[in-house]
Design a protein around this ligand. Structure first.
Ligand SMILES: NC(=O)C1=CN([C@@H]2O[C@H](COP(=O)(O)OP(=O)(O)OC[C@H]3O[C@@H](n4cnc5c(N)ncnc54)[C@H](O)[C@@H]3O)[C@@H](O)[C@H]2O)C=CC1
Ligand SMILES: O=C(CO)COP(=O)(O)O
Length: 382
């Protein structure tokens, strides 16, 4: 197919080739929505689901309890057998909650022929190791090409075929212009999923994209807390802007780019999840803000994964190891895991040392950003 891209990007000789058979590994809400997306884009699609009961329900009703209300076409091969799901796949799409990805990636590696690429769709940082999801995959699936898919995308809306844009990131040998080369993995994954309602954008900064997806879950919990407390629009706007600064600082410290935070995986997903009760993280935070204990707040969400809970801890631990300040993530961690009352966490955020806003191109310096000393800050707030 001839390429009709704009004159500002390098024009490849051919469009990237889509993967014709896609195995989606993880039959929660997002894996199911991505299987629907691949199927709609014309790909032969299999879906591995862990729970026998959910697979049986799909078999009898055509619906997945993890994504209620959405018909799964019979052409999508749903199975609980990992080897059957992966057979013949040209691309494996990993959609496993972040704290379980490592175990499943090891099982997939044992079954997937060498060289078959993977797409990482989990949003989080692993507890204990502090590894990004692509690092977990690199360790369990050494040498395998990988891309990251992230962005503002509620599974239910994707299943409804609502227009959705995401970022697909993969590191390449050259600069960003190579993203449009015929064989670049990001481009191949993008054309595999693209349709009239699902539009991927390309990036060569997987680290920035991943960090954005992991941290936004924690920010969504914080935003929910503000809503549950009955607080207004000013505190939420402050939280979103300062939350983006936290993402940017951590990304840069890990080798990502500061400007990635302005894209779909950063600002886009922060706007989505920090302002909608469709977000499990936001709803969990709202229950906390309304006075529920963390256990009860999780209970209200049911068995769906709330990534912000484990990730408040894992993101903060990673940031502390790197010397990156993330006061909002720290506040969420202290509320969720250490019993700090919400009021005290908010007071600590408002009365910390006064800071300068980051200057976009000087983010490296902002890791150890100059701030007023604690005694100075105390005078300001006295
Ligand atoms: N739901 C959404 O709208 C979106 C979710 N994501 C991300 O996708 C990832 C998966 O989330 P969802 O599909 O929403 O999950 P979900 O909350 O719908 O379902 C829970 C999933 O966890 C799996 N699971 C539970 N225990 C497990 C274990 N021990 N080992 C392996 N798997 C286990 C279940 O099989 C099920 O697939 C998360 O990282 C989430 O942040 C990303 C974008 C959108
Ligand atoms: O990542 C998501 C949308 O982009 C889903 O967010 P929640 O997990 O908070 O529902």
């Amino acid at each position: 197919m001839p390429n009709t891209g704009s004159a500002t990007q390098t024009t490849p000789l051919h469009d990237p080739t889509p993967f014709s058979h896609v195995a989606v590994i993880g039959g929660g809400a997002w894996g199911t929505a991505l299987a629907l997306t691949a199927h709609r884009a014309g790909r032969s699609t299999s879906l591995w689901i862990r729970e026998e009961s959910a697979a049986a329900e799909i078999g009898s009703t055509g619906r997945n309890p993890f994504l209620p209300g959405h018909e799964i076409p019979r052409a999508i091969a749903v199975t609980t057998a990992l080897d059957a799901a992966l057979r013949g796949a040209g691309l494996a799409v990993l959609v496993i909650p972040s704290q379980h990805l490592r175990a499943v990636a090891a099982r997939v590696e044992a079954l997937l022929p060498p060289g078959v690429p993977v797409v990482v769709c989990s949003k989080g940082v692993e507890a204990g190791s502090g590894a990004l999801m692509t690092q977990v995959v690199a360790e369990e699936m050494p040498g395998r090409p990988q891309a990251v898919l992230s962005g503002p995308s509620f599974a239910a809306e994707v299943a409804e075929d609502q227009p959705t844009a995401v970022t697909i990131a993969a590191a390449g040998p050259g600069g960003p212009q190579d993203l449009f080369a015929e064989d670049h993995l990001a481009g191949r994954v993008a054309v595999t999923f693209a349709s009239e309602t699902f539009r991927p954008y390309l990036s060569d900064d997987p680290v920035g994209v991943e960090v954005s997806g992991a941290v936004k879950n924690v920010l969504a919990v914080a935003s929910g807390i503000i809503a549950g407390r009955g607080m207004g629009s000013n505190p939420r706007a402050a939280l979103l802007a300062r939350g983006l600064a936290e993402i940017s600082r951590l990304s840069v410290a890990l080798g990502g780019r500061a400007e990635t935070v302005l894209g779909l995986s950063g600002a886009g997903d922060v706007m989505l999840t920090c302002s909608s009760e469709q977000s499990r993280n936001f709803s969990f935070g709202k229950a906390l803000g309304a006075g529920r204990a963390p256990g009860a707040a999780q209970g209200a969400i049911g068995r769906a994964v709330v990534e912000g809970v484990a990730n408040a801890r894992s993101v903060l631990a990673l940031a502390q190891r790197l010397g990156v300040q993330m006061p909002i993530c720290e506040a969420v961690d202290r509320i969720v895991h250490r019993g700090l009352p919400v009021e005290r966490a908010i007071a600590a955020l408002l009365t910390g040392p006064l800071r300068a806003e980051p200057r976009a191109l000087e983010h490296r310096a902002s890791i150890a950003h100059p701030a007023l000393s604690a005694p100075q800050a105390r005078r300001v707030f006295a």
